[in-house]
Design a protein around this ligand. Structure first.
Ligand code: TTP
Ligand code: MG
Length: 420
């Protein structure tokens, strides 16, 4: 569906038709970009910096601004500006040295939050990502609702704001996220695309360098729509490959997709039990059920894990987690089960259990070139477990995940029918 005949002749002759065809694609892309990312983190962590003009940078003669808080931007301070110049623009400017480790850690948390809304996610820098949300609407609502949910979750969990752009084409989603910063939400709807492109200042299109901008001036190309005044031969002569891309974009054609490069950092499954329990045999069976569910999810995504954890919530609602780093990656349900049970057996149980969860972290692509050493099960050799997993997975796929489970699990898992 995404393959479009990009023969420039067709675009020019039939651009109206091609345009319609492109916009018929059921694609809805979100671009999420954190606001004044490094500075916002510093302002969050140090109340003395709140609502103040702050830049993050080195403090030497040669330093440049890495980012400026929105308060500092009011003075005309921008990223990449020499610090001495920033100081001239604002006397009360506060300079904070950067802490890359902290920013990376926050970035990870943000990407993890976003990844829960769609598996089609592409992280493009430390503070921005695209997600293709087609197919997620039934789960999370309209594009605006999804964007708001992402914004709210990031705000609630991390006390940071972001701006989100929504559009049916990737390059427009990025432009949209920049339009109402900070804390913005901008949706370019399908019927607005043609007009939007027509009036979009050409400097807003990424990938146009200074010398190309000069040529634009000479050719009187002020908006993306102006590009259509010229045939492809002239555009490629003047701009090389960029010429063709600009012509495509001016016709609403952006065949670039969201290239999934993000792997969720954890998979887990938990059940609130229909009654609080103490009995080991029953607990074991619940852990088995959750391990099967996690294993199935891992294998479906072609992942392996190097860390297993369990979560227990007790009758008084207190909760604990226990985790174990493994020597080698695993993905079989039995191996996950054995690790989870070993973790459970180390806990001295004093209260009845209300909720049980099993999860895995440190996920990797199964094809990562490490030696796959599945933990041997005492009862069945590894190959047999793998074939059991495959059989269980395919039956679950056909008839639903709940079809295969031990009979005694059935009465236990009714309190929360959605218990994952
Ligand atoms: P940006 O997203 O470009 O900027 P920002 O998040 O600070 O502000 P905005 O609200 O406009 O999105 O970059 C993300 C981070 O990358 C930024 O906080 C600091 C760093 N960065 C640099 O170190 N040098 C630079 O020149 C730029 C542009 C960013
Ligand atoms: Mg940003």
């Amino acid at each position: 569906m995404e393959h479009v005949n990009l023969d420039p002749k067709n675009i020019i002759l039939y651009h109206g038709k091609v345009y319609k065809y492109i916009l018929g694609i059921k694609k809805m892309i979100l671009h999420i970009d954190m606001d004044a990312f490094f500075a916002a983190i510093e302002q969050r962590d140090n109340p003395a910096l709140k609502n103040k003009p702050v830049i993050v940078s080195g403090n030497s003669e040669r330093s440049v601004v890495s980012t400026a808080s929105y308060e500092a931007r009011l003075f005309g301070i921008r990223s990449a500006m020499p610090v001495f110049m920033a100081k001239q623009k604002c006397e009360q400017l506060i300079i904070v040295p950067g802490n890359m480790e902290k920013y990376q850690a926050e970035s990870k948390k943000i990407m993890e939050i976003i990844s829960h809304f769609s598996p089609l996610m592409e992280q493009v820098s430390i503070d921005e990502a695209y997600v293709d949300i087609r197919g997620c609407e039934r789960l999370f609502g309209s594009p605006e609702e999804i964007a708001l949910a992402i914004k709210n979750k990031i705000k609630k969990d991390l006390s940071l704001t972001c701006s989100v752009g929504i559009a049916p084409i990737k390059f427009l989603a990025k432009i949209a996220s920049d339009m109402n910063k900070p804390d913005g939400l901008t949706h370019i709807k399908k019927h607005q695309v043609e007009n939007f492109i027509f009036t979009l200042p050409i400097r807003k299109v990424s990938g146009i360098g200074q010398s190309a901008m000069k040529t634009m001036e000479i050719l009187q190309i002020k908006t993306l729509g102006d590009v259509k005044k010229y045939p492809l031969t002239i555009l490629t002569r003047k701009f090389g490959k960029l010429g063709q891309r600009l012509l495509e974009l001016s016709n609403g054609i952006d065949s670039s997709r969201v290239e999934t490069n993000y792997i969720r950092k954890s998979i887990s499954s938990e059940t609130t039990l229909s009654k609080d329990i103490f009995d080991f045999e029953t607990i074991k069976q619940v852990i088995l059920g959750r391990s099967q569910s996690v294993g199935r999810d891992l294998r479906k995504k072609n992942l392996v894990c190097e860390n297993v954890f369990i979560k227990l919530k007790f009758s008084d609602f207190s909760q604990i987690t226990r985790s174990k780093k493994l020597d080698a990656p695993i993905c079989s349900s039995s191996a996950i089960f054995h690790q989870a049970i070993a973790l459970y057996e180390k806990i001295l149980l004093k209260k009845k259990i209300r909720l049980l969860g099993v999860g895995v972290t440190a996920l990797k692509d199964k094809n990562t070139p490490v030696q796959m050493q599945l933990i041997q099960d005492q009862v069945r050799p590894k190959e047999q477990w793998e074939s059991v997993d495959t059989a269980v997975d395919s039956i679950s796929e056909k008839f639903g995940a709940g079809i295969i489970k031990k009979a005694s699990l059935n009465n236990l898992t009714r309190r929360n029918p959605h218990g994952k």
